[in-house]
Design a protein around this ligand. Sequence first.
Ligand code: ATP
Ligand code: MG
Length: 579
Amino acid sequence: MNPFVRLVRLAKSYWLWMSLGAFISLLVVLSNMALLGTAGWFLASMAVAGSAGASMNYFLPAAAIRGFAIIRTAGRYFERLVTHEATLRFLSGLRVWFYDHLEPLAPAGMQPYRGADLFSRIGADIDALDNFYLQILVPIFVAFVAMLVAFFFLDKYSLHIALVDTFSLILVGAAIPVLTQYLARKPGRHMLTCSSQLRTSVIDGTQGMSDLMVYGASSWHIKQFQKLSQNLIHSQTDMSSISGFSGAVATFLTYCTTLLVTGIGIILIGEKRLAPVDLPMITLVVMGSFEAVNKLPKAYQYLGHTLMAARRIFEIIDTPITLHEPDLSPIIQDNSLEFRSLSFRYSDAGPWILKHLDLKLSQGQHVALIGPTGSGKSTFINLLTRLWEYQDGDILLGGHSLRTFRFEDLRRKISVVPQKLHLFNASVRDNLLLGNPEADEFKLEEVLCLVCLEQDIRLLPDGYDSYVGEGGLKLSGGQIKRLMIARALLKNSPILILDEPSEGLDPELESRVIKNIFEAYKNRSILLITHKFTGLQQMDSILMLEAGSIIEQGSPELLMSTDSRFREMHTMFRTLLSV
Ligand code: ATP
Ligand code: MG
């Protein structure tokens, strides 16, 4: 569908504010025309009455002039107030609408877009849409109605004058803008692309600043940045030249039309078809009518830019959702998990990551999944939490396919400590409360003790209220990992999945933390994904994953007593089996 029509549909919910703003804008333009016309007529009439020594009632026209002036001034104030209110409401609604549509796409549907590009779309592109109402819709509406009003008013005095005015208004309001839009299409698109690339470069560069410094690549990045800035400046200069040119032509046409109308008026007066006192009024109304269209060239110029921003936003919104959610979840008796001949790959053209995989995790069982790097261990989490859709086979929770659960219900059953660490730039407390917003101080302390982090947090300047910095910048890798484990424990769900929980911990701390987690989850299910051998002795079962298939499965004792791949790896890494 045309992005313009889609934008109008999105704006529908704010029609009251928007129509009120448009109506006040129209009132301002009409009162300006009326003010100029009345003033012209009044001055001419007073001059004629004065020279003829006649008297005239000047109270009424003087009051009308004051009235129109007040309406115009107050109208300008309320016009700004209401149109900006409408725009801000529209924009904030758009942001929520965009985020609502973005969430179901994450992460699979968002993979083609770079993080900074997404940020740019949610920020700059949505901001660019503020032009849509204020700079495009309102000026078009005001121009159209005011043009009609001017035509019917002038037609009462002379059809020729009305036609000349309307023709010029169409030239200034439509022909020049169309030409302007044609000229501005390329630089408009270029400007948007450049500013988006520049933003992406700034965000990437800031986030990866330490890497750029360490690798001595700062100057390379600065050069890239300068090149993008230059491109943006060029496209902005092109846009300004076009806007200046169209403004100059519009002003020139306005004055030519005023002169022409005055000339026609003089002829009509000569032919006694027009009263002399009406000419100044007509000339000033014609001049005033151009105010109705003087925003149109800019409107058309913004149109390309705004539609491009809308297209970029709709492009994301139209990304097909691969994961579908039912309205209701089944009621389950137990929290067992079962993979039935499950196959998965990240893209249609990509390699199969999991191949015809069968495995069962009974309720309360502690199972370890081990395997070489890239064998598909973390992929399990993406499938279990329904972040990605699997292609073949099925995964069952309590005997029901995961596809039959609402995401929220399913995710409530599973706590995850992911391999990739991410903390929000908020306090320790806020980061923890994401796991369970209702948890009290006692509960927070309990989980922090379990992960041996309580002391570390107490030593921070503001304790639980200390800010962790961007992505946990102010904490060490091991502290971030333990904070994330604590958050998962706080969620207190029946299934806990730990992806490399001991990465970044020294052996002693690693044993203590793992032991505490196992104790806390004595009667609940744990899926431990690891490269390491710490804690494996306590597992009920060990699964060896290689190239997307389970190649071995059994208790640690069984696997150690046979000539297994597990024993081979264990020997190779020379890691102690006991915690
Ligand atoms: P590690 O031990 O290094 O953590 P892993 O066993 O957890 O490895 P996964 O992260 O599951 O491995 O990745 C399995 C394979 O899937 C890898 O080849 C990886 O390149 C690929 N992969 C992972 N995530 C994606 C993704 N989002 N899009 C495409 N391919 C992916
Ligand atoms: Mg992994």
